[in-house]
Write a protein that binds this ligand. Structure first.
Ligand SMILES: NC(=O)c1ccc[n+]([C@@H]2O[C@H](COP(=O)([O-])OP(=O)(O)OC[C@H]3O[C@@H](n4cnc5c(N)ncnc54)[C@H](OP(=O)(O)O)[C@@H]3O)[C@@H](O)[C@H]2O)c1
Length: 377
């Protein structure tokens, strides 16, 4: 469903390619040519390895219509969707975006943004030029792998002054998924025992911090060098999924937050406490389907619960802003990397080498403009 909405929104993207791919990707810039104002953007022409199919082009800068605002992109982040849309895998993505290659001539990925409002559409009332904003734009479209984008004002929130653009862009998608999973769906309670499968990624890093607000005992499952970083972040217990299958252990959990859903439902049920909840945010489609039809049946003979989360984009950014300002939450950032590294960064995501959110600094001018871009330790 969400994929369908994304596809519909993407059809509305209204930029046009101006001329051939650029060779020098290192320095994002905007240039004026006749009456058109141009910008750099990454376009996907075919599906495949990110460094082969993502082309840096010059495109016409989009103009805001109606309730849209034009945002100068200061920072963006890499997400699961960027990997899927670039590689055309899983195949379901191609049903929406084009079977053999993307249907649209201009397909700019990127769905998280932090930036500065440059212009507002005629009926946009929420922001004014100069406001620093951020958000998950996926309910309205894509396009943050560019110097500018136009998006409905509803997709954005004000960025707190104390938060850098790089931190801000790392928050919306992963923090909302973690919050909505643990608090809204899981109804987390004080002192519970929680396991996060795929805990070394973006959702896991926010999930840990949110769970700690409830004094939870948190086990993280991931692998490799990420385990050291996860220990530093504060996971109480760590399991290397390449060495140990947590579903075969005798530990039981009140809540399991699963970012991978790579096993059958029956295996997870064994490691849930009698009233425990298993919450999936995504993963293998066969396992997700099994959950969908088994969940109502399970209710007939067990108090264990199995639920899937449908992300409500940006729903509680205000709450996360408050936690950030109260120093109760930090952003775990992989990078930030420069704009020319976007294809490499998507590959890094696909290879699972990242720790936390992969962040890209797009426009250095943002930071020379009186806007805060300091790092917090
Ligand atoms: N529900 C919704 O509405 C919604 C919306 C958007 C996205 N999503 C879902 O959200 C998830 C993305 O979460 P994220 O951003 O945190 O992803 P992420 O940053 O890629 O983190 C996932 C972590 O899991 C690790 N991992 C890989 N295989 C594993 C295994 N067998 N067992 C345990 N861990 C494993 C990965 O490491 P290695 O690969 O290095 O091993 C990685 O560190 C995706 O499943 C996506 O489909 C859901």
């Amino acid at each position: 469903m969400r994929l369908f909405i994304l596809a519909q929104m993407h059809q509305r993207t209204t930029m046009c390619i101006v001329h051939s791919p650029l060779r020098d990707a290192a320095t994002p810039y905007t240039k004026r040519c006749g009456t058109l104002v141009h910008m750099k953007a990454y376009n996907i022409k075919n599906y495949g390895e990110p460094d082969k199919v993502l082309r840096l082009i010059e495109a016409e800068q989009p103009k805001p219509k109606n309730t849209e605002v034009q945002v100068k992109v200061c920072a963006t982040a890499i997400n699961d969707y960027d990997w899927c849309i670039t590689t055309g895998k899983p195949f379901a993505y191609r049903l929406f975006f084009g079977i053999f290659s993307p249907r649209k001539k201009l397909m700019i990925p990127g769905m998280e943004v932090a930036g500065i409002v440059e212009q507002v559409g005629n009926n946009a009332t929420k922001f004014k030029a100069g406001d620093a904003v951020y958000g998950d734009i996926s309910e309205f479209g894509f396009g943050s792998f560019a110097e500018f984008l136009c998006i409905d004002e509803k997709a954005l929130a004000h960025k707190p002054d104390s938060m850098s653009f790089e931190e801000a862009t790392s928050i919306p998608h992963a923090a909302m998924l973690a919050l909505q999973s643990l608090r809204d769906v899981g109804q987390i309670k004080d002192g519970q025992k929680i396991l996060i499968n795929g805990g070394g990624g973006g959702v896991g890093s926010f999930g840990l911090q949110l769970a700690k607000l409830y004094n939870a005992d948190v086990t993280g499952v991931d692998t490799g060098e990420k385990l050291n970083a996860m220990e530093t972040q504060g996971f109480d217990n760590l399991i290397d999924y390449k060495k140990e299958d947590f579903t075969k252990s005798n530990q039981q959990y009140d809540l399991i937050l699963d970012c991978k859903t790579n096993r059958s439902l029956w295996k997870f049920l064994k490691v849930l406490k009698p009233e425990g909840k298993y919450i999936s945010i995504g993963g293998r489609s066969g396992n997700l389907l099994q959950m969908l039809y088994m969940s109502p049946i399970l209710k007939l003979f067990s108090k264990k619960r199995v639920q899937m989360v449908m992300l409500k984009a940006n729903k509680d950014l205000g709450y996360i802003n408050q936690l950030y300002e109260d120093n109760k939450i930090n952003c775990v950032i992989d990078g930030p990397y420069t704009f020319d590294k976007i294809p490499w960064a998507i590959q890094r995501f696909g290879d699972g080498l990242h720790n936390g959110k992969i962040v890209i600094s797009v426009n250095k001018q943002c930071h020379n403009n009186g806007y805060n871009s300091t790092w917090r330790n």
